[in-house]
Design a protein around this ligand. Structure first.
Ligand SMILES: NC(=O)c1ccc[n+]([C@@H]2O[C@H](COP(=O)([O-])OP(=O)(O)OC[C@H]3O[C@@H](n4cnc5c(N)ncnc54)[C@H](O)[C@@H]3O)[C@@H](O)[C@H]2O)c1
Length: 223
């Protein structure tokens, strides 16, 4: 059994992760940390093998440091912080505990990124539109920034700015529109329920300890 602590357990994603962990036969929910529950992460780590963090851009890097200091692996879904700064911090941290970060745990979003990389060499001019619920703190989304990075690596030209729509009723959506001579090609992904992220989160919980490197970014690395 993998002992899992959820950091940000009172939040929208944290609550969904708690339910998914409780339903998984190879995991046990051994702690819930959140200021809203008056439980600090450091005080919840007693039986933890893996922490799952869905908190805020300001707190996630510090939470990762707390986990690594305690020798606990950490899966981070929080977005909006400097990923490269976190990579440096994790690689410099003492111990062996691993950190896995994914800006999007939905398989459909990962496939969208792969499709965009396939299209980019042939139709390089493109724009990204990302749409989220109005409580989201960061813009553009971590998924959009990662998609832009991957398209540029594949030879595409992502026009600035990335377009961010924030409205009640939305969950997490993204469209990439490619334009060429006399044609356009659009790829779109819609997370219409937070359960869309849970198979990816559980996969990362199962795999994080066995990662060859201390710091890994992207669900595609586990597929
Ligand atoms: N990677 C993905 O697939 C994915 C999907 C959806 C959302 N997200 C990201 O997940 C994050 C959380 O989103 P949400 O909608 O659940 O937000 P939310 O505001 O509903 O929840 C965040 C929770 O974190 C708690 N928190 C704040 N500081 C904390 C700390 N130091 N320790 C522990 N808990 C703390 C808050 O009290 C709150 O309950 C955001 O960054 C969002 O962009 C990622």
């Amino acid at each position: 059994m993998i002992g899992v602590v959820v950091s940000g357990a009172a939040g929208r994603m944290g609550q969904a992760v708690c339910e998914a962990v409780e339903a998984a036969t190879d995991m046990e929910l051994v702690g819930k940390a959140d200021p809203a529950l008056e439980v600090a992460l450091a005080d919840a780590l007693g039986e933890a093998d893996v922490v799952v963090d869905f908190t805020t851009p300001e707190t996630a890097p510090g939470n990762v440091a707390t986990c690594l200091e305690a020798g606990v692996h950490v899966v981070v879904g929080t977005t909006g912080f400097d990923v490269e700064a976190l990579r440096e911090a994790v690689e410099a941290a003492p111990g062996e505990a691993r950190c896995f970060v994914a800006p999007n745990f939905a398989i459909g979003a990962v496939l969208l990124m792969e499709a965009a990389q396939r299209i980019a060499p042939h139709m390089p001019e493109c724009e990204i539109v990302e749409l989220h619920h109005d409580k989201k703190l960061d813009a553009p989304s971590g998924t959009a920034k990662r998609t832009a990075e991957l398209i540029r690596e594949a030879g595409g030209n992502v026009h600035e700015p990335i377009h961010s729509v924030r409205l009640p009723g939305l969950v997490a959506h993204q469209e990439v529109v490619f334009g060429g001579e006399g044609q356009t090609l659009s790829v779109r992904h819609d997370s219409i329920d937070r359960r869309s992220f849970m198979p990816g989160v559980l996969l990362a919980v199962r795999e994080v300890a066995a990662r060859p490197e201390r710091f890994t970014v992207g669900l595609e690395k586990l597929l």
